[in-house]
Design a binder for this molecule. Structure first.
Ligand SMILES: [Zn+2]
Length: 343
């Protein structure tokens, strides 16, 4: 089968589309014929360095994906051959303190597809049955694939961490990225008001068309001042951000007393000034978040189907053109997910 592999550390040439052996399904696993996957920031990290991530070489890339069940245990009751499914990207140990508490996403031995074990940029994948979920009706495979990382991350940030209420206002930094767009879609559907920022006027306009209540041009406007002006001097209840240092100060100044800032990334740097006085006097909460649990993925899939949410796809490339796809993601020009067609 064809698969996109990491064959070394650092540089475009370490990503190769190769002929690999089709995985042999073990008992307790499901063999999925993959139809689509999408690219995530971690794919760029794996290509550019991969430092700090333990894995073998070569390893198949790809964290999220969707396809069709091809083979499963005869006794399996929830999945059937031919079913359209989305893949949950983490395989937890089931035995550590955190797994036993039911918080598998905190597992100390967590193995992510495409990071610690073979991933989804392949024509077939075999994963534990508990990693595979029925796809919401009405979505294409690439849209189903997009739910596994970005929408799941945004779901945990908004629901589990921030505990967003329908009457609250959310500020989402850097609209156009996968998590930011997912947060916009989910928060609007939950009934909240959403303010978005971008340095790109065209992205702000598209976000407004998708239902954002306000757009702030972060290249020409002071974001915190604009947020206060838009909220009658009050500030927002929740900030969703993955930009890091470049926006941290504006994010903190945009929060109402008792507000919650949820961060899931730091692409512009991870050591901003803490602004401790503001945190304790205004009783702010800073919450870190990564991905989500299988139980949250299940809830997300129900919500997506019930409300007809469709992830935004920027572009889709055949597997052979993975370098173009990675470059598209790295450019920051995209609006929505960069997909891979694996059919
Ligand atoms: Zn564990």
């Amino acid at each position: 089968m064809k698969a996109a592999c990491i064959t070394g550390h650092g540089g475009n040439e370490v990503v190769e589309v190769r002929d690999c052996a089709r995985p042999a399904r073990q008992a307790g696993e499901v063999l999925v014929r993959m139809h689509a996957a999408t690219l995530n920031q971690v794919d760029l990290y794996m290509r550019n360095s991969g430092a700090g991530i333990t894995h073998q070489l070569p390893q198949i890339m790809g964290v999220d994906g969707a396809g069709v069940v091809e083979e499963v245990d005869a006794a399996e009751s929830e999945l059937s051959v031919g079913q359209r499914v989305a893949v949950y990207p983490g395989v937890s140990c089931g035995r550590c303190e955190f797994c036993q508490r039911g918080e598998g996403v905190l597992c100390v031995k967590m193995q992510y597809l495409g990071e610690h074990r073979n991933g989804t940029f392949a024509q077939w994948i075999s994963v534990p049955t508990s990693n595979v979920f029925p796809m919401p009706k009405g979505l294409s495979f690439v849209q189903g694939a997009a739910l596994g990382v970005n929408h799941l991350t945004a779901w945990r940030m908004l629901c589990t961490k921030a505990q967003l209420k329908p009457w609250e206002t959310v500020l989402v930094f850097g609209i156009g990225g996968g998590v930011s767009l997912a947060a916009l879609q989910l928060a609007k559907t939950m009934g909240a008001k959403v303010i978005v920022t971008s340095r790109d006027e065209a992205k702000l306009q598209r976000a407004l068309q998708m239902g954002a209540d306000h757009g702030i041009h972060s290249g020409t406007q002071d974001v915190a001042k604009a947020v206060l002006a838009l909220t009658g001097g009050r500030g927002v209840d929740v900030v969703i951000e993955n930009v890091g240092a470049a926006v941290w100060s504006a994010a903190m100044k945009s929060l109402v007393r008792g507000g919650r800032l949820v961060t899931c990334g730091a692409t512009s740097g991870d050591q901003p000034p803490a602004d401790l006085r503001r945190i304790f006097i205004r009783q702010l909460q800073i919450l870190g978040s990564t991905l989500g649990d299988p139980s949250e993925f299940r809830d997300l899939l129900v919500f997506v189907e019930r409300h007809g949410i469709a992830p935004v796809i920027d572009s889709e490339f055949p597997l052979e053109r993975i370098h173009e796809a990675l470059n598209r993601l790295e450019s920051g020009q995209q609006f929505g997910k960069v997909g891979l067609d694996l059919e």
